[in-house]
Design a protein around this ligand. Structure first.
Ligand SMILES: Cc1ncc(COP(=O)(O)O)c(C=O)c1O
Length: 481
């Protein structure tokens, strides 16, 4: 075989160019006309079957592969681009992000390290987030898949800071079973998982009770820390949440920061949902106190609408961050010049070595839209959530199930069993009109609308509520009264 024949590039660049342009056009049209299609539809049997084929040994014409993409993939996506999608906290993406993914794919950079522009773009994002959240410019930041990983990485940094770098080699040793962390009962499950993965054990995570608005009760937090100290344990970390997954509640960050300072504990904020509210001057006061934290986990792929995935960890103390992850392996050695130059690489700040160019899609999105416009879109979501909550409160059929702090509205059919709410959500999915999710509040299953999408308007809320009311009357005719 000749060297040329071994190349995986197209043999006919002109044909490839035409196919690529047509695909880009199709995707732009897909986003432009997203309202004209159902929010969600299940992949039909034929499409599922398409992905149960044996490993292909022979090459196939790209045009035919793209035919499969158009027929079997594009119509059966998650649905989160559509303004009727109010299910889980999913970003809606933007066409800018799509272009950025194309550039990143075209350049195929490995952003784990070495001396190239990708690392500078990533540092730019850390600088921007430090500015937005009130951290010093010396803070360090790193992209990770999402906040599950960012929270885990933050816990790891806090653990190494509390126990000293020797724990990396020696393991927990004398600290085994003694390190305790604190979060609220409303915290995301990934905090529990981070305790499990880190070897600290989820039994050593104290889940502090919340007030009527779903915010951590600081007096209970202080009591729990004191009880653990009296029992000879070693409290090391408080994880507050800025925007809980169930209701969007924001823990009292200022008060929690004071407790953390007084007790000498690492103060981490899970800002997966709410940290980017810093972009909106109207919403920024809600997360006041975040600037006093030691670290923040956040997701650009949620309210920032950067294409999946784009989680981020910001750490105030760069040295503490690096001390948890840096690695002196021979194949990662740095040089004073050339392609291996540089002091700190992203692989020194997290568990990933090879990693893509998440910074580009984040940079292009923020650089193009600007934080004012992005913040205004978040504020619009919160106002739409308030509109929905008022509509629910006026409804003879539905009632509100939790206070609305940000952009998440939980409600249900008045007086109905929680199972009815769950069935209604599934009926709604199958209608193609809207997608909401369900969750449990005070032990009861409720309908949950997370209004994250920058395309969602009040008319979309009206359409969804009309549909839900029809479905509710069909399921429980007595709810008409
Ligand atoms: C409050 C909170 N923390 C963490 C996560 C996990 O984030 P990711 O899905 O990006 O891993 C979520 C996800 O919805 C969340 O809502």
């Amino acid at each position: 075989m000749s060297d040329e024949a071994a190349s995986l590039d197209p043999s006919d660049w002109a044909t490839f160019r035409n196919q690529a342009h047509a695909l880009l056009d199709d995707l732009i049209t897909h986003i432009e006309t997203i309202r004209e299609r159902p929010v969600w539809q299940p992949p039909p049997a034929a499409s599922q079957e398409r992905f149960r084929q044996p490993l292909p040994h022979r090459e196939r014409d790209l045009a035919s592969v793209l035919g499969d993409v158009r027929t079997h993939i594009i119509p059966y996506a998650t649905g989160n681009l559509h303004p009727g999608f109010m299910g889980w906290v999913h970003g809606a993406g933007t066409p800018i992000g799509m272009l950025a993914e194309m550039v990143a794919g075209g350049l195929n950079m490995n952003c784990g390290g070495r001396n190239h522009i990708g690392l500078h773009v990533e540092k730019q994002i850390a600088l921007w987030m430090a500015e937005a959240l009130g951290y010093p410019g010396t803070a360090s930041g790193v992209f990770l898949t999402g906040s599950s990983m960012a929270n885990f990485a933050a816990l790891t940094v806090a653990k190494v800071k509390a126990c000293g770098p020797g724990i990396r080699e020696g393991g927990l040793g004398e600290f085994g079973g003694r390190l305790t962390a604190y979060t609220s009962v409303e915290a995301h499950g990934c905090i529990t998982q981070a305790m499990e993965l880190s070897g600290l054990g989820s039994a050593n995570l104290r889940k502090i009770g919340v007030d009527a608005s779903g915010r951590m009760d600081v007096a209970k937090l202080e009591m729990a820390i004191e009880a653990d100290r009296s029992a000879g344990l070693s409290p090391f970390l408080i994880v507050a949440t800025a925007g809980t997954v169930n209701t969007g509640a924001i823990d009292p960050l200022e008060y929690i920061s004071e407790v953390a300072r007084k007790e000498g504990l690492w103060f981490h904020v899970d800002g997966a949902i709410g940290a980017l509210a810093a972009f909106s001057p109207a919403l920024r006061p809600l997360i006041s106190g975040i600037e006093k934290s030691d670290s923040v986990a956040l997701d650009f792929h949620k309210w920032g609408h950067v294409p999946y995935d784009a989680g981020f960890l910001l750490v105030r103390d760069h040295a503490a961050h690096k001390a948890a992850f840096s690695n002196s392996a021979a194949y990662l050695q740095r040089s004073e010049r050339g392609a291996a130059a540089g002091e700190t690489w992203p692989c020194d700040l997290g568990p990933d070595l090879s990693r893509g160019f998440r910074a580009l899609k984040t940079w292009m999105t923020i650089e193009t839209l600007g934080t004012d416009r992005m913040g205004d879109a978040m504020l619009a979501n919160c106002l739409t959530a308030r509109y929905l909550s008022e509509k629910v409160q006026r409804s003879p059929i539905f009632e509100l199930k939790a206070p609305v702090s940000l952009n998440i509205v939980c409600f249900g059919v008045r007086g109905a069993d929680g199972r009815v709410n769950r069935e209604l959500v599934l009926d709604l999915h199958e209608s193609g009109i809207a997608v909401t999710s369900w969750t449990r509040i005070d032990g009861q299953t409720v309908i949950r609308c997370a209004i994250v999408n920058h395309r969602t308007t009040r008319e979309d809320i009206d359409r969804m509520m009309e549909c839900l009311a029809d479905l509710a009357i069909r399921r429980c005719p007595e709810s008409r009264e």
